[in-house]
Design a protein around this ligand. Structure first.
Ligand code: CU
Length: 345
């Protein structure tokens, strides 16, 4: 099992996704954009490698020419013959320039054509897709809404996008506060999320696994801690996940958790939603199934009871400046609230 370092801590790579061997490679290099997974990424990755290769060749050729010119012996030397300095039609300098410009033009034009074909190839998925996800970027977390034909198919979660493997998924990027950029390197190029606009993109994962994403447009203090995860699993597992997420929070909870729920309503419900309860705040992430997520605070902390407690006790230590205030909670209250959140699977 590979372990991967990611912002603020370590996270064991997927162990709950069977057959994830191939994609675990993406986890060991979480932001790797030189390997693609899926039809949205393949053409882009080919272009990336192509342009990289061309750039390397250009650097080598130019360096070689420069070194050749620097070390070329000239009878008499430059200093003694200033008249030879300018490039003249008579000398042999001009063909070098024409050939150089000619080659560059052809190569650059070829790259433009390649880029344009790549862009149009990844514009739209080949097959149509039933699944559309709306991603709303906030300072500094991602709101993820699964759309559906009827209202009872719609639900909201945060910082984790689950998709069925091998199927294209449309993503509508809704801009709220400031400009962000949605980027899951192994699956797609970057698409900006702009206030007042809805941009469209799509993703597809050819292998099951966990793909790390990141806000790619500086958006303020905690921009670096605005990560997300795309979790691709086989269709039946995805459907099971979706069913579980659609359900409201369970009522059947132990005594301390029930006390915690009361405290949660008093202290947290103005900012957080828990479906099936009076909590309907929209300032922070929907917590209806927070216990089912791998991380909290947009990839900042692994989702464990200890980290959850520490986060609620003082969210500002882990992500200074983030929009969740430090609430002065008594020890017992804090423990009860965590017990409650742990029931939200
Ligand atoms: Cu950002």
């Amino acid at each position: 099992m590979m372990r991967s370092a990611f912002l603020g801590g370590t996270l064991a790579a997927v162990d709950s996704v069977p057959g994830a061997a191939a994609a675990e490679a993406t986890q060991s290099l979480p932001m790797n954009f030189l390997t693609g997974y899926g039809d949205r990424a393949f053409p882009v990755v080919n272009l990336t490698w192509g342009v990289l290769a061309i750039s390397v060749i250009v650097v080598i050729v130019i360096t070689a020419l420069l070194l050749g010119a620097l070390f070329r012996r000239r009878p008499g030397g430059w200093a003694h013959d200033p008249a030879r300095l300018p490039v003249s039609r008579e000398g042999n300098g001009l063909p070098w320039i024409s050939i150089g410009v000619g080659i560059s033009t052809v190569v650059l034009f070829g790259t433009v054509v390649w880029t344009m074909t790549t862009l149009s190839a990844v514009m739209e998925p080949d097959e149509d897709t039933a699944l559309t996800i709306e991603v709303d970027a906030h300072q500094w977390w991602w709101e993820v809404r699964y759309l559906g034909d009827s209202p009872d198919e719609i639900f909201t979660t945060a910082n984790e996008i689950h998709i069925p493997v091998g199927r294209p998924v449309r993503v509508r990027l809704v801009g709220g506060d400031v400009i962000h950029s949605f980027w899951v390197p192994a699956l797609s190029g970057k698409t900006d999320v702009i206030p007042g606009r809805t941009n469209r993109t799509w993703i597809e994962a050819s292998e099951p696994g966990v793909y790390r994403g990141q806000c790619a447009e500086y958006c303020g203090l905690q921009h670096a801690k605005m990560g997300l995860f795309v979790i691709a699993s086989p269709e039946d597992e995805f459907e099971a996940w979706r069913e579980a997420q659609l359900a409201p929070a369970s009522d059947d909870i132990a005594e301390d958790a029930a006390r915690g729920r009361e405290d949660f309503m008093r202290n947290c419900s103005a900012c957080h939603t828990v479906r099936g309860t009076p909590a309907g705040g929209a300032v922070g992430p929907d917590l209806t199934h927070v216990a089912s997520r791998r991380t909290i605070a947009a990839g900042t902390l692994e989702n464990t009871p200890a980290n959850l407690t520490a986060w609620i006790e003082d969210a500002q230590t882990f992500k200074p400046g983030n929009r969740m205030p430090t609430l002065d909670l008594e020890g017992q209250t804090l423990m009860d609230i965590v017990a409650y959140l742990e029931t939200l699977e």
